[in-house]
Design a binder for this molecule. Structure first.
Ligand SMILES: [Zn+2]
Length: 337
């Protein structure tokens, strides 16, 4: 049976309603990246972009079925040892300008709080994320394939499947230092005969963030350089995190207490970093590990439910209620057997 048919059957049986009743004491923290006017870029970043229309439908669904609170309120609830029933929290990573253009009007209209995690160096310098530069080059080249030396390995990329090539390369690049990433971008540019576009990512500005702060939008740290919290030594990683806190504190006149791990998989988070954040004034840190948050969970490893372009009404309901994260975990376990 096709996965889509299976999910439609679960939805038809209202398994998500049952799961929501079972999981009413747990919180769901949604994680978005980008919201766009249409799905023009869908092919490029299937996991990252939600259309504005879908975002509106999702927020309406959430408002009808959940108590939507801010991440700061969830932390206070954790301190009191009980989450409000059926709680949802809305978060965005990376600080793309489209969050202001397309998500913020919907959040404002529905009077919903949200948190956006910012990698401060990109706002300060206006430089681009490496994945945006890779995507730009891959989608503008006339070449049909390329090879790159990555560590000891010579890796081939087939550009008939551009989106797959971008994902495949970016997954490898996230494990490298910023200097190594720059070398790969230069090599790629020469090889694909596409000049680098260092201004391809479009970010929020400080003035827009200040405006959003007045309307229930808070801002959390996402490191200064968007380096994985597992690449480099503890001091280097922590100083990058603290730099983003310092910049946010100064620019937005706030005391930043919340953090999102860049890339956010288990392998992107060093244990000493998650254990060290509390000493530097942080109250919680969120990952991109899929799942609901239980009251007893470590607040420096809170899971989230990632929402992307593939998430239609059925998948959204099954994801937020905890059904899809549970099925994914089960599938991973079966594959590991
Ligand atoms: Zn990020």
């Amino acid at each position: 049976m096709k996965a889509k048919t299976f999910l439609n059957i679960l939805y038809g049986l209202k398994v998500h309603v049952l799961a929501r009743r079972i999981n009413f004491r747990n919180a769901v923290i949604l994680s978005y990246h980008r919201v766009a006017s249409s799905n023009t870029f869908e092919e490029l970043y299937p996991g990252m972009i939600v259309t504005a229309d879908n975002f509106k439908l999702q927020m309406d669904f959430l408002k009808k079925n959940y108590q939507i609170i801010s991440l700061e309120e969830l932390i206070s609830a954790k301190d009191k040892a009980s989450f409000p029933h059926n709680t949802a929290v809305i978060t965005f990573d990376d600080g793309y300008y489209d969050n202001y253009e397309f998500a913020y009007p919907v959040l404002n209209e529905l009077n919903l709080p949200a948190t956006i995690f910012i990698s401060t160096d990109f706002i300060e310098k206006g430089r681009s994320f490496f994945w945006d530069e890779v995507a730009y080059m891959v989608f503008n080249t006339k070449r049909s394939n390329f090879q790159l030396q990555l560590g000891n390995e010579r890796v081939s990329f087939n550009l008939e499947l551009k989106s797959q090539a971008v994902t495949q390369l970016c997954l490898r690049m996230k494990q490298l230092s910023q200097m190594e990433q720059e070398i790969i971008l230069d090599t790629l540019s020469a090889f694909l005969a596409v000049p680098r576009n260092r201004a391809v990512s479009n970010f929020l500005t400080w003035s827009v963030m200040k405006e959003m702060q007045q309307h229930k939008i808070s801002f959390g740290a996402h490191t200064h350089s968007h380096g994985a919290s597992s690449v480099g030594g503890f001091n280097e990683i922590m100083s990058d995190i603290l730099k983003s806190k310092e910049v946010l504190d100064n620019k937005l006149s706030q005391n930043t207490k919340i953090f999102a791990y860049p890339f956010g998989d288990k392998t992107d988070i060093a244990l000493d970093v998650s254990q060290g954040l509390a000493k530097y004034g942080f109250k919680c840190a969120v990952t991109l590990e899929a799942g609901l948050v239980k009251i007893q969970d470590d607040p420096f490893l809170w899971k989230r439910v990632g929402i992307g372009g593939h998430d239609d009404r059925v998948r959204f309901a099954l994801k937020t209620s905890g059904v899809l994260p549970l099925l994914s975990k089960f599938k991973a376990k079966m594959q590991g057997c």
